[in-house]
Design a protein around this ligand. Structure first.
Ligand code: FRU
Length: 493
């Protein structure tokens, strides 16, 4: 057995042991998660051999972040997922302390993945600094990988150099990754290759204009319509500003132009999602040409309830389709395939809610998608609230607030999650929401993907109701449908 095969076997064994401790109370039914243990960023998104492949940062032995592996799931349709064996484990001198984030491309019927091989300078932890090189591995079947070594060596004097995203630009392969420059600026570097093996530097593609951003993670750059979109996670020690950058890790996007060397922004950096937990998204192109995106719902800085007691931590958000609207703004909608999760639907029709009125839609909801349309112009409510995961003791509230013209996702201030509120600016005559409620998360899409808020949500014990309510006035509900969703996990064969 090779050292990599031995490491994979050990990883699977440690994960099986942890699976026995899994508590299902918040475990996702239709979001991607590891069988047990920790996950963060989605990696290597691609379509290969008639299936979608999603890899992810994974610590199989523990619900805490640790030596990173690449976990793996696949799907024919983006809604029914099959668990695959762990794809990559630390095993070589250049990746011994972690297989960090990266991407995948398909060439000549082979799957080629690129990742950051991480090493601790002191051999123990990050305190002494990091040595990060960009590495390659290939697979003929999409499941078993052979490591091919370092393609972009570590840079002398730099610690943070990571998260390669590779794509074919029509003439050559391009790779970008995030860098903390020598003067501590967050940069994206560009490399090019003819054969995916020999890579040459093309210089700095982009630098975050904010000098407080010392590093940026997981960059992705892609064409959309007649523009280019750049996505990344800016790292900063600065305090949050207003509604933005409220989380330990925040993801930003810009729209602009790319001339093959340099990205020129035409917009200011803006959030990609306004919830508590959405980070490190990666995109890919589907066989029918759609730009798809999957992000991570998780948290590095503060302990999560599932992590403390339930032997798992982190999940991936539902797949989204990206587009630019008529004003050139980015939209991220749940992919059309997600309607395939609907099992049966309860249509509450159109109705009015009076002053401070409450209406329970479902007493005990499992995983559901809620479609809600409110005619804001026809009502005078100061707040219209949709409560989910409502156990009486606790609830997660999606609210339109007319005073501040915001859409809120409120995890409350008490109990297991108590992580307060996140707001997205929102104005309009009508409110149209799609809200995906899983066992341990809530994802909100408003105005056809113009606004999204994604957060983990861990309800207290007891039935989980869904309810609608008004504060300070009346509301006119145009449409309200609750779809019960089936599990997205393929039964184990
Ligand atoms: C982002 C990140 C990446 C890194 C990975 C390590 O969440 O910090 O930059 O490759 O996670 O797990």
């Amino acid at each position: 057995m090779s050292s990599h095969e031995t490491a994979l076997t050990r990883a699977e064994e440690s994960n099986r042991a942890l699976q026995n401790q899994l508590d299902p109370r918040w475990y996702p039914q239709f979001h991607i998660a590891a069988p047990a243990g920790w996950i963060n960023d989605p990696n290597g998104l691609c379509h290969f051999d008639r299936r979608y492949h999603v890899f992810f940062q994974h610590h199989p032995a523990s619900p805490q972040w640790g030596p990173m592996h690449w976990g793996h799931v696949t799907s024919e349709d983006l809604v029914t997922w099959r668990r695959e064996p762990i794809a990559l484990a630390p095993s070589e001198a250049y990746d011994n302390d972690g297989i960090w984030s990266g991407s995948a491309v398909v060439r000549d019927g082979r799957l080629e993945v690129f990742y950051t091989g991480n090493r601790w300078r002191n051999g123990v932890d990050g305190d002494g600094g990091l040595i990060q090189s960009q590495c390659r591995a290939t697979s003929a079947d999409g499941i078993h990988f052979t490591k091919r070594g370092v393609v972009v060596p570590a840079v002398e004097g730099l610690d943070n150099v990571r998260d390669p995203k590779v794509w074919w630009d029509g003439e050559r392969w391009l790779m970008i990754f995030g860098v903390e420059s020598a003067d501590h600026r967050g940069q994206v570097w560009l490399y090019a290759s003819e054969d995916l093996e020999a890579w040459t530097s093309q210089g700095v593609l982009y630098e975050d204009p904010d000098p407080g951003v010392y590093m940026l993670e997981c960059p992705d750059l892609f064409p959309l319509g007649d523009r280019w979109v750049l996505i990344y996670g800016p790292m900063t020690h600065d305090r949050p500003r207003g509604l933005t950058r409220r989380n330990g890790h925040n993801v930003t996007h810009l729209i602009g132009d790319f001339d093959g060397r340099v990205f020129t922004a035409q917009t200011e950096p803006a959030p990609l999602d306004w919830g508590h937990h959405y980070y490190a998204p990666q995109t890919m192109v589907s066989p029918d040409g759609r730009r798809l995106m999957i992000g991570w719902l998780g948290e590095f800085a503060k302990p999560l309830a599932s992590q403390t007691a339930d032997a798992w931590s982190g999940q991936l958000g539902v797949p989204r389709e990206l587009s630019l609207d008529e004003n050139g703004h980015l939209r991220s909608r749940p992919v059309a395939e997600l309607v395939g999760l609907r099992e049966h639907s309860e249509d509450a029709g159109a109705f009015a809610l009076g002053l401070n009125e409450d209406r329970v839609l479902i007493d005990d909801a499992g995983p559901v998608e809620i479609e809600l349309e409110v005619d804001l112009a026809a009502g005078d409510a100061e707040r219209v609230e949709l409560r989910v995961h409502d156990t009486g003791a606790m609830a997660t509230t999606v609210a339109y607030d007319d005073l501040t013209q915001t859409l809120a996702l409120d995890l409350g201030s008490r109990g297991l999650q108590g992580r307060g509120v996140r707001y997205a600016p929102f104005a309009g005559e009508a409110l149209a929401l799609r809200v995906f409620v899983d066992q341990g998360s809530v994802e909100v899409f408003a105005a056809d993907g113009a606004v999204s808020l994604s957060s983990l949500s861990f309800p207290s014990a007891g039935p989980r109701a869904v309810a609608l309510g008004t504060v300070g006035g009346a509301a006119s509900i145009r449409r309200c449908v609750v779809h019960r969703l089936r599990s997205g996990w393929e039964p184990r064969s």
